[in-house]
Design a protein around this ligand. Structure first.
Ligand SMILES: [Zn+2]
Ligand SMILES: [Zn+2]
Ligand SMILES: [Zn+2]
Length: 269
C-alpha cells in the first residue's frame, strides 16, 4: 500500500468524490449530517483501489458509518457504498437479482486483477461520456420485488454495536456506555461476508427474504367489508370485460366492471 501512495493520484485515475453514494438508511434521519472526507484513505473492499472515504454519524444514538466500497463498484451493482444494499429497493443484491432475473455475475470479474481492470475501464468510459451498460436500469420491477422492497428507511440498522462487556455481565458504565446493552441474537444472519453480499452469493439474509416472498404469494382477504371495488392493473390489450367477469364471478356477485383501456387497468366492483 505504501508504495502506491507515492504515485501520482491523477495518473492512477483513483477516485475523488464530494459526496458518497449512499442509501437513506445509512444517511440517517438528521437533516444536518457532518461528514469527514479523506481522499485515497482506504482500499475499496471489492476492487482494492484506493478511494475517497466518508465518515459520519447518522443520528444521535447511531454508530459511525463509513463508505466501504468505491463509487465505481457501487455504480456497477447499483448499491449503497456502506451497506451494499440496492439503492432503489433497499434489498440485498442476491434478492434483487433473483427477483428481477438478472444474471450479472458473469459480467463482473472476480479476480483482483480483472476487477481492477474493469473498474478502470468503467471510469474511462464515464470520463468519455459513454454510459455504462448496466442491466439494473433496464429491468422492470415485478410483483416479487415490489412486495419485498423496503419503502421507508430502516434507521434501526444504524444502532450502536452490542457492548461486549455487558454481554459478559461486566460493563460498569451504565447509561453512559455508548454501546448497546442488549443480548445479541446470534445466528447465521449476523455472519456476512462483504464480497458475497456484493456479488449476491451465499447471502443468508437473501435466502430468508426470498423464502418470505414465496409465502406471501397468496392475497390476504380484505378486513374492511365495505370496500368492494378492486383495482386490476397491468392488463393485456386482449383482455375483455367478459374475461374479467369469468375470472371474478367465483368471488361474489359482480356489480360493475369499468375498464380503462388507455391505462391497461380495470375496476371490478
Ligand atoms: Zn471498488
Ligand atoms: Zn446503505
Ligand atoms: Zn457497556
Amino acid at each position: 500500500m505504501a508504495h502506491r501512495l507515492l504515485r501520482d493520484h491523477e495518473a492512477d485515475g483513483w477516485e475523488r468524490s464530494d459526496f458518497p453514494i449512499i442509501c437513506e438508511s445509512c444517511l440517517g434521519d438528521s437533516p444536518y449530517v457532518r461528514m469527514t472526507r479523506a481522499e485515497y484513505d482506504k482500499e475499496c473492499k471489492i476492487c482494492t483501489r484506493p478511494f475517497t472515504v466518508f465518515r459520519w454519524r447518522p443520528g444521535r444514538d447511531a454508530r459511525y458509518k463509513k463508505s466501504e466500497i468505491c463509487q465505481t463498484c457501487s455504480k456497477l451493482k447499483n448499491v449503497c457504498q456502506v451497506c451494499l444494499l440496492d439503492l432503489e429497493y433497499g434489498l440485498p443484491v442476491q434478492v434483487r437479482d433473483t427477483a428481477l432475473s438478472i444474471d450479472s455475475n458473469d459480467a463482473i470479474p472476480k479476480s483482483d486483477v480483472n476487477r481492477e481492470y474493469l473498474a478502470e475501464e468503467h471510469d474511462c468510459k464515464a470520463r468519455a461520456g459513454i454510459d455504462y451498460e448496466s442491466s439494473y436500469g433496464k429491468a422492470r420491477p415485478n410483483d416479487t420485488i415490489l412486495k419485498l422492497q423496503r419503502t421507508t428507511p430502516y434507521y434501526k440498522r444504524n444502532r450502536a454495536h452490542f457492548c461486549s462487556f455487558y454481554i459478559r455481565g461486566e460493563c460498569t458504565r451504565g447509561a453512559e456506555c455508548p454501546y448497546r446493552h442488549e443480548m445479541p441474537v446470534t445466528g447465521e444472519l449476523s455472519q456476512q461476508n462483504i464480497k458475497d453480499r456484493y456479488y449476491g452469493v451465499n447471502d443468508p439474509v437473501a435466502l430468508k427474504l426470498l423464502g418470505k416472498a414465496g409465502e406471501m404469494s397468496s392475497l390476504e382477504a380484505l378486513e374492511d367489508e365495505s370496500i368492494k371495488t378492486l383495482y386490476v392493473g397491468g392488463l393485456d390489450a386482449r383482455v375483455t370485460e367478459q374475461d374479467l367477469r369469468d375470472n371474478f364471478y367465483a368471488h361474489g356477485e359482480i356489480e360493475s366492471i369499468k375498464m380503462v383501456l388507455q391505462r391497461a387497468c380495470a375496476f371490478v366492483t
